[in-house]
Design a protein around this ligand. Sequence first.
Ligand code: NDP
Length: 317
Amino acid sequence: MFKYYLLCRIVMEKVIILGTGIAGCTAAIYAARANLNPLVISGPEDGGQLTLTTDVENFPGFPDGVQGPALVEMCKKQAERFGTRFKVDIASEFKKIKGGFELLLMGGEKIQTKTLIVATGASARWLGIPSEEKYKGRGVTTCAVCDGAFFKGKEVVVIGGGDSAMEESQFLTKFATKVTVIHRKDSFRASKIMQDRFFKNQKCKVLWDNEVVEILGDGKKVTGVKLKNTKNGKITELKTDGVFLAIGHIPNTKIFEGKLDLDEKGYIKTDRFMKTNIAGVFAAGDVQDVRYRQAITAAGSGCQAAMEAEKYLAEQE
Ligand code: NDP
């Protein structure tokens, strides 16, 4: 009986990190270098949002820019070099237990930890209309890098008015003959440099003051979009082969609802030490950052969270 108990006993980790985006990987580098032997759980979008982007031009240390997936891969390798363990699974439940926290993984395993760093990031927002669901993967997508090449010689639309919409449009001009950005306002919120590039590109056009109310298709693939003018309510249709959504993100905090303090948009509330309302639980990156949402700020907060976790563990001993 005692032997059986020993076999089944769950190891209490010092640090578990949820998320392998740049926040999670940076937290892992710092925790590993502090000899905390961190365990990182990948989550459903391994590598985070950087894996869905191309050139990252504003990450310090790369004067010629760096590819998003390469940047996150390098961070992972750096974390592994100092002893970080990566596990491909998804945390589906979180609870506080004596001396720490317990997570249930979708693979069925239970894991326990004295401290937890939540770096689960944010996922692409969808419009939430039925026709979008019908044509997901059949012309409707949230990732130009992943799906752009399918639209060689075709016309596509991008929905949104932020930096993502600008970036996706630029990227799509490599393949598409025309890229029309549909925006619900009459000005973009994107940064000036991104807007300048957009307006200089002959293949990029914009349709102001319109929102997509329906995705049109022939049952197999997208053929167009139905639009509603946000100023006069006029309904029109526009032919297109593909619809790329770039309308922001939703934080991945479902398993923490009712447990961690979240703001009205679902982002984890942290103080300036990356502490949540529960002692021993820290959060880093886009899951707690509604304001900056940059690779460099995500990395910075990952570093802070790991250093605070180390301090917390030292205080407990
Ligand atoms: P943003 O939240 O900045 O922009 C989302 C856009 O989508 C807004 O224009 C918004 O409209 C529009 N939108 C939101 N919901 C809807 C809806 N239901 N229907 C239609 N339109 C909608 O998100 P981004 O992903 O563009 O950017 C996120 C962050 O990442 C930013 O901080 C950005 O600077 C950064 N980023 C940086 C890049 C770079 O520097 N290379 C590249 C990409 C992103 P409205 O304006 O009316 O609110």
